[in-house]
Design a protein around this ligand. Structure first.
Ligand SMILES: [Zn+2]
Ligand SMILES: [Zn+2]
Length: 417
């Protein structure tokens, strides 16, 4: 009986807190829009988020954060907000970088940095994170524990030869002192209508491993192919042979995609090409499959090139994404919080996607949950996918991100790790 009473008392207090959070998040709407537009107009590429970091640090300091550590993993920021009461530590992560995409939509907040655009919604992520920060800073007196905010550069991958992204931020101590019990984050996109969120329990996003493959043959006159080794013919066979890993060697019930995205080779129409270079990506949800495919690619390329007297070089990119797995129990708990805040009909269980996100690195270290903040609006033509020149988000999604994020963090402070 006592347990039931305590439970319903908790549910009641959570509900009245949700109402207060919703009210404050809605009141923050103009600030959220202004912040988002400022980031949108001043996008910066991966590991170059200098101005972005400056703006964020200034805002956090103004909010009275206990600690604002800048320059983490280049332009990253780790900020700590301590509640008035003791308690555990929970974390919220946002990314910061934009993409080399030329913005084609005509909006008042159009990118002022030609050729660079927040085409993946990280501007929305930052505005939401700062909104949550402001909301929770205002609730400090009742906050039982510590909330840590991670502002992460280079989610889209650092430039060649540089370290970056989640692994670099973690390496530089983002998850230490204090170590969070739980970590949360979201991703903006137009997969669903504004006002709703989505989530996948278990595998949510694929691993992403980028590779460069060079096939080396030997040059000769095109009319005397037998005097050379034609890397174009060998590359053609290799591309097709690699596809049979998907179709013949991996369990059909295991999702996996192997894509060769670029292919370049040769110099002239009448010279046998000495070398062909290809770049591609491999994605899956399973670490075992991920490892097996790497081995099978070598086996396939060993055979395919040897058969023609050619050789090859396969290099995996330094930056890779593990699969993003939402641990089912914590996902169910988080989904219940989202449903309480937004209503059952506005929280959609969605299928996993083959896209990648380096939030998966945090989930390898700390239990957490990652969900989709939907921002599509058919009537306003906001329907385009992430990474496109037309990508946009309905800004009504901003307060939704803030109220769901704040509720998850506050509830997580009361949840046993
Ligand atoms: Zn992206
Ligand atoms: Zn993204």
């Amino acid at each position: 009986m006592l347990a039931i009473l305590l439970c319903s008392a908790f549910a009641l207090s959570a509900q009245s807190r949700d109402a207060r959070i919703a009210q404050r998040a809605d009141a923050l709407r103009p600030t959220l829009i202004e912040t988002r537009r400022d980031f949108h107009m001043h996008p910066e590429l991966s590991n170059r988020e200098e101005r972005t970091a400056r703006v964020i640090a200034e805002k956090l300091r103004k909010l009275g954060f206990d600690e604002v550590r800048t320059g983490v993993a280049r332009h990253g920021i780790v900020a700590v907000l301590k509640g008035a009461k003791p308690g555990p530590v929970v974390a919220w992560r946002t990314d910061m970088d934009a993409l080399p995409v030329n913005e084609t939509i005509d909006v008042p907040y159009k990118s002022r940095n030609p050729g660079v655009k927040h085409a993946c919604g990280h501007d929305v992520h930052m505005a939401v994170a700062l909104g949550i920060a402001e909301l929770l800073a205002g609730m400090r007196q009742e906050l039982a524990g510590t909330v840590k905010f991670l502002f992460q550069p280079a989610e889209e991958g650092p430039p060649e030869g540089e370290e970056g992204g989640a692994p670099f931020l973690i390496k530089q101590g983002a998850l230490d002192n204090p170590r969070p019990h739980f970590i949360f984050g979201l991703h903006a996109g137009a997969a669903g209508p504004v006002g709703t969120v989505g989530y996948a329990s278990g595998p949510a996003m694929a691993s992403g491993d980028e590779f460069t493959l060079t096939i080396r043959g030997r040059k000769s006159h095109a009319a005397w192919p037998h005097q050379g080794v034609d890397s174009v013919t060998v590359a053609s066979e290799c591309v097709l042979a690699l596809q049979s890993i998907r179709s013949r060697r991996i369990d059909p019930l295991q999702p996996m995609v192997l894509t060769i995205g670029t292919i370049h080779g040769g110099e002239r129409h009448n010279i046998i090409a000495e070398s062909v270079q290809m770049r591609g990506t491999m994605r899956t949800f399973n670490e075992g499959v991920r490892e097996n495919v790497r081995t099978m690619m070598r086996q396939t390329l060993d055979g395919c090139t040897a058969a023609h007297g050619a050789n090859y070089d396969l290099r995996w990119g330094a930056f890779s994404y593990p699969p993003l797995i939402n641990e089912p129990q914590l996902a169910a708990w988080s989904a219940a919080v989202l449903q309480r805040v937004l209503g059952r009909d506005n929280v959609h269980a969605t299928p996993p996607v083959m896209g990648s996100e380096d939030f998966s690195y945090y989930l390898k270290d700390v239990p957490g949950f990652f969900y989709w903040l939907h921002g599509a609006n058919q009537s306003r033509g906001i329907v385009h996918g992430n990474h496109t020149a037309e990508f946009d988000m309905d800004e009504d999604s901003l307060p939704i991100g803030v109220k769901t994020g704040a509720a998850l963090l506050l509830d997580a402070l009361e949840r046993k790790p």
